[in-house]
Write a protein that binds this ligand. Structure first.
Ligand code: NAP
Length: 271
């Protein structure tokens, strides 16, 4: 019997990328899954591919507090409680502070609203149910939650905030039996860079990385589910990710240099 059979798992942002892979693996493992996204087309595509009665997909924007309340209430009404909440919904950005001027401020706010406040909203409403089930709260963070990345200042800020907030929550809940954890994928093939906001707030519409060279979303989802089953505290994925976190912790000036070299060519942000 696996850890997820007949458990109720809420995954935010489960209609694409890593979230979608999590949803499909969880269904294979016999879980009941409630998930969400904003695109109606992606919702219908996911529903078409899943067993009836085990999956519920809602049109929810995690940046909106009331939407998250509806998501959590729906999960409880349908399946009687919540065992695991995976705060996965997220967007990215690509723009330099110096070039963006004041136009970049709403971009950073939007990223914070989804990546950080989205997790705060969903977790707040799910908390009484997770305490009741002695369940698990997961944050899908990033290497950018350990190391600020150029051109992704708002994204890095949102992931640092997410980790700090989850660590506080973890400590608050020590006696309640709720396990709080965060996992940090390295670069993973998905739609995130395509829809990342540029410094004007428009989707950049392309990926600056070769997506074929990256970890696939299914492998990433498997690592996340293994970590949840083992109730790990944190996971940092990929060799490049582990190396970046290590270097940044012990040799931060060297990390500044190497990260700069990775993202810039001749003074221009190329990744
Ligand atoms: N891919 C990577 O390289 C990578 C690396 C490290 C961490 N991560 C993290 O992994 C998580 C998933 O990213 P991904 O790469 O799988 O991205 P993705 O392919 O773009 O998928 C994101 C999912 O979240 C949903 N979403 C976005 N904004 C939402 C909102 N406001 N409300 C509800 N749902 C929303 C999207 O659906 P709609 O757009 O239709 O709403 C989609 O289903 C994110 O937290 C990201 O920061 C990704």
């Amino acid at each position: 019997m696996n850890q997820f059979a007949n458990k109720t798992v809420v995954v935010t942002g489960g209609t694409d990328g890593i979230g979608r892979a999590l949803v499909l693996h969880l269904l294979d493992l016999g879980a009941q899954v409630v998930t969400c996204g904003r695109s109606q087309q992606k919702i219908l595509e996911l529903e078409a591919e899943s067993p009836i009665g085990k999956l519920c997909v809602l049109n929810v924007d995690v940046a909106v507090e009331k939407d998250c309340e509806r998501l959590i209430n729906h999960a409880v009404k349908m399946f009687g409680g919540i065992d695991v909440l995976i705060n996965n919904a997220g967007i990215s950005m690509r723009g330099l502070m110096e070039e963006g001027g004041k136009g970049i401020i709403p971009v950073i706010k939007k990223v914070m609203d989804i990546n950080f406040f989205g997790a705060v909203h969903s977790t707040t409403f799910a908390l009484p149910h997770l305490i009741h089930s002695r369940g698990v709260v997961v944050g899908i963070s990033s290497i950018a939650g350990y190391r600020g990345l150029p051109g992704r200042s708002g994204y890095s800020a949102s992931k640092f905030a997410l980790q700090g907030w989850l660590e506080s929550l973890k400590t608050e809940l020590v006696d309640k039996g709720v396990h709080v954890m965060w996992v940090s994928p390295g670069f993973t093939a998905s739609n995130i860079r395509n829809v990342a906001l540029d410094q004007t707030g428009a989707a950049q519409g392309e990926s600056p990385l070769d997506e074929n060279q990256l970890m696939d979303a299914s492998t990433c989802a498997n690592i996340i589910l293994n970590a949840i089953a083992k109730r790990k505290r944190t996971v940092v994925m990929t060799f490049q990710g582990k190396q970046t976190v290590f270097l940044n912790r012990f040799f931060p000036s060297l990390a500044d240099m190497l990260v700069r070299k990775f993202f810039f060519k001749k003074g221009e942000l190329v990744k």
